[in-house]
Design a protein around this ligand. Structure first.
Ligand code: AMP
Ligand code: ZN
Length: 136
């Protein structure tokens, strides 16, 4: 087992634990984007969050929302980002699914420079059809 988050779940390497349930663990990010940056991970090894059991993803989000609310009260942040990087091309470095909760402050200098495209209506119709007919 070489996965760093599996080792954290197993207690083989330490973490600053915030909360856990039978299926989910939350701890502070060791290289935080902002003060209070935390991660919620499934205890079971799943690489890509979108391939996890939707109920498990729901538990991750439920814990993230509860911790986000508590972090807001503790840190008095003005907002927060909930972020899932899935796959190396999407910025995932640790190949064990994890939901980032990043407290945000006014003028904190953090920017995600995502380009804005434009949605063409014929493509929108094709996309809606292609995606919805594959939904399971
Ligand atoms: P990602 O780019 O979405 O894969 O993010 C991985 C995150 O895991 C980064 O924000 C790292 O700072 C964080 N990280 C890596 N190793 C550890 C660790 N041992 N304990 C806590 N956070 C970690
Ligand atoms: Zn793992």
């Amino acid at each position: 087992m070489s996965c760093i988050f599996c080792k954290i779940v197993a207690g083989e390497i330490p973490c600053h634990k915030l909360a856990e349930t039978a299926r989910v663990l939350a701890f502070l990010d060791i290289m935080p984007i902002a003060r209070g940056h935390l991660l919620v991970v499934p205890k079971q090894h799943v690489e890509l969050a979108y391939l996890a059991d939707p109920a498990l993803s729901g538990e991750m989000m439920s814990m993230a929302v509860q911790l986000g609310r508590a972090a807001q009260a503790a840190l008095q942040c003005a907002g927060m980002n909930f972020l899932l990087n899935c796959g190396a091309c999407a910025g995932q470095v640790v190949p064990h699914a994890h939901l980032h909760v990043v407290p945000r402050f006014v003028d904190d200098g953090i920017h995600w420079p995502w380009p804005q495209g434009s949605l063409v209506s014929e493509d929108a119709a094709a996309l809606v059809q292609a995606i919805t007919e594959r939904m399971r």
